[in-house]
Every structure is written in structure tokens, then in C-alpha cells.
Write a protein that binds this ligand. Sequence first.
Ligand code: SF4
Ligand code: SF4
Ligand code: SF4
Length: 347
Amino acid sequence: MSSPDDGAEAPVHILWLNAGLSCDGDSVALTTATQPTIEEIALGALPGLPKVAVHWPLIDFDNGPIGSRNDFLENFFKAERGELEPFVLVVEGSIPNEAIKAEGYWSGFGNDPKTGQPITVSEWLDRLAPRATIVLAVGTCATYGGIHAMAGNPTGAMGVPDYLGWSWKSKAGIPIVCVPGCPTHPDNLSETILYLLYQAAGLAPMIPLDEALRPQWLFGATVHEGCDRGGYYEQGQFATEYGQPECLVKLGCWGPVVKCNVPKRGWVNGVGGCPNVGGICIGCTMPGFPDKFMPFMDAPPGSLVSSNASKTYGGVMRKLRSITEKKLDAEPKWRHKGRELTTGYAK
Ligand code: SF4
Ligand code: SF4
Ligand code: SF4
């Protein structure tokens, strides 16, 4: 899929490798992005955006066999040969460890024309990462391993930074960019792609990343800091069952320590956002997800002290506030009928 105005200007290619251990949830999430939409990016509808050519299994109509006119993999082979320049490599899904077994493979993406054998995802990373201008890991599986990398898994799955190295940099000097979430927030992803395209075109400075390689402006605040139930937490009012409007910490919400902007941003077109609509935060954007947040739906161990403190302090605050509230909820006494002016007006 490429922008319609295919002229002299060489496009920035986006090669999307979604064959890691994955459910494709991040690809699907991206189709709902609104700021910007994927159509705006793919069609070059935003000012200054370079032309892009997207090679994305979810929507690409090229699905022919190797060597045919509509061979989907041809662009991947071209990139490997250094004939596709520049390109952003997007990785979705965790990277299984192919070195821990004697035969077979965990996860592949197309066949090698020379051998007829599947090309594993880790092999694609070895082939393409050195040629890529930018490597973008999308979803918590690709960023940190996610669900497939839980304790006890048989595949030795890991995220792209675990595979390439946390201090790895592309040939353009750009670190791996991680947009976690299970799935990733649609607009967080489309906005990051947009930023990286501007950077590839020389129109934006180096993308600012935090210590877990996440864009700082998207992951700099906690869920709690953007949650619309924060007032209940501060006043020590906690839900005891789902469906209640109060803070969800006692039902297992990890929001106070999780970096994610979903409650502020909403899910699709500003609507939704886990705790805002009654769902506990289970920390899906964090490198420690899911193991360090389990068992889900148990109150986080560290929350006991702070929620008890806020219950005591919040009880007093609520009493004081209810006095002030009563006062403020009544009109001033000089608004009345009669022949006397009691506003304090001085002639
Ligand atoms: Fe699916 Fe979640 Fe993994 Fe994305 S991060 S591929 S949504 S399991
Ligand atoms: Fe914080 Fe979660 Fe309570 Fe929201 S529901 S105020 S994020 S603890
Ligand atoms: Fe994941 Fe929590 Fe953010 Fe929801 S609020 S998307 S569970 S990190």
C-alpha cells in the first residue's frame, strides 16, 4: 500500500513484521486510530509528511507467491539486499528463542526461496535490523515479551530490545522505539509513527525516550495521575464491587504505579480508558507485565498503606469539605425581594 502520488520522490517504506508470537491486536488497534488516522499517514494527508509505502500484512493486497508480480515478501528481500531505502521496521509480537531446541521453529514469516524453509522471526531481525533506519516495537509482546514471555513458557520469548540489545542503535543512530500496551493504544502508535516519519524526513529532532525506550511525552505520567476516579482515592472512597463509581484500587487497580496515558486519552476517539469505564489497570504497558501484576484482581500489596492512610485523611477531608460545600451550595443572602438593598453597595 503506497501513497497515491507515486512520483519521483522516493517514499519511506514501512515494513511490518507481525509474525512474532502475537495476536495481531496491535495491527487491529491501529485501524481505529483517530489522531492521526492510518489513512492520513498512508495517503500523505498531513503537511510535510514524506510519502510512505506501507507493507503491512493486515491490509496489504499483495499476497502472491514468491517471485510473482504481487509477491508480498519481495520488499522484505529488497530491504535485506539494501535496495529499499529508507525503511522503518515495525515488529509486532514477541521474539521466540530459536536457539533452545534441536529442530523445528517457533515462529516464521514466509519461506526462504533458496531452501524452501520458513524464515524465522529472529532471522528476519538479524537480516533487516542492520539495514533499517528505525526499528519500532509495537505492543507489549514486541517491546518486553508480554504474555508469551511469562514464567514457565516453553519458547524463551522476549522483546525486541532483549533480542537486539537495550542499547542497540540503528544505522541512523536511533534507539529501538517501544510503544507498549496490550494492545497498544491506537493513537499512541499512530502518533509515534508520524513522529518517526517526520524524523526520518529530517523534520523532527531525535525522539525523546524514557529508560524503557517509550516515547516520553506519552508515558511520562501514571494512570492514577490521569484517572477520573482520582478524587475518590484522595477522599478515601473505594469500590468494593464492579459497577460502583469509586476508586478501584481495592479491586486490584495498579494505576498509581503504572505509566500509561489511556485514562487521559480515552481508547478510541477520546472515549473509554480502563479505570474511567470501570476496568482495573493491570499494568499492560510495563516491562514487568504480566507476572509482576499477578494475581490480577487482588489489591496491589503496596496499596494497603496508602489507601488506609487516604481513608483516614479522606474521612476528615470529606467532613470539612461537606461543611464548605453546604456553604457554597447556597446563594448569598442579599439576593431577595423587598424595598431594602442589602448588597453592601455604598452610595
Ligand atoms: Fe496481542 Fe497484546 Fe501481544 Fe499485542 S501485546 S500482540 S495485543 S497479546
Ligand atoms: Fe488510581 Fe486506579 Fe483508583 Fe483510578 S481507579 S484513582 S488509577 S487506583
Ligand atoms: Fe494497560 Fe493500565 Fe493503561 Fe489500561 S490503564 S491500557 S490496563 S496500562
